[in-house]
Ligand binder design. Structure first.
Ligand SMILES: [Fe+2]
Ligand SMILES: [Fe+2]
Length: 189
């Protein structure tokens, strides 16, 4: 099985946009956090988070089918490919069924909202609470690219209270806050 450094090399080869890279690292961090909490295979789950948008920049019209074909050829596990397909089920027809599939959908859009919320706070992620993210969720003008319907779908799929899920995503992102540039010391500069 390809490891994380293989996946990172692939990400850097396929994705130039810094924002998209950070999105992929954010989703990886959130999905890994869930894997740790649930005693699942963190490295396996992490690959799905890290690579889910691999072809979004180069092949948006075929996302994520191009990426999945490529990853299959490289020997990535079926669970990872299935999760990547299921994060865009409206296009691929693959429904999220496994826990990993559901967690990936649930972390995808929400991690973008949490990230955007951190950037507009003087203290970044340092003392961020779910309540602040919920406020931004309800403000449709804020980070308008984040689909509120998808966030809601994710909450339903994962089967947790919304605030609890938001807290978990915050905790996941907090683990790589320095790399993402969302600590208080980063955003207040
Ligand atoms: Fe995607
Ligand atoms: Fe994504």
């Amino acid at each position: 099985m390809p490891d994380r450094s293989d996946a990172v090399a692939l990400l850097e080869e396929w994705v130039e946009n810094e924002g998209l890279r950070k999105h992929m690292y954010s989703v990886e961090a959130a999905v890994r956090h869930y894997a740790r909490m649930r005693g699942e295979d963190e490295d396996l789950w992490g690959l799905a988070g890290l690579l889910h948008d691999l072809d979004w920049e180069k092949h948006p019209e075929n996302h994520p089918l191009t990426a999945v074909d490529h990853l299959r050829g490289l020997g990535y596990p079926e669970e990872v490919l299935q999760a990547i397909l299921a994060h865009r089920s409206e296009f691929t027809g693959v429904k999220p069924t496994s826990d990993l599939d559901k967690v990936l959908v649930a972390c995808d859009e929400l991690s973008g909202l949490v990230f955007a919320t951190c950037l507009v706070r003087p203290t970044g992620v340092d003392d961020l609470k779910p309540k602040s993210v919920t406020k931004k969720l309800k403000d449709k003008q804020f980070a308008a690219g984040v689909s509120r319907d998808e966030v809601q779908r994710g909450v339903e799929l994962i089967g947790l209270e919304r605030a609890e899920h938001i807290q978990n995503v915050i905790d996941g992102l907090r683990g790589i806050a320095g790399e993402l540039g969302i600590r208080g010391e980063d955003v207040s500069r």
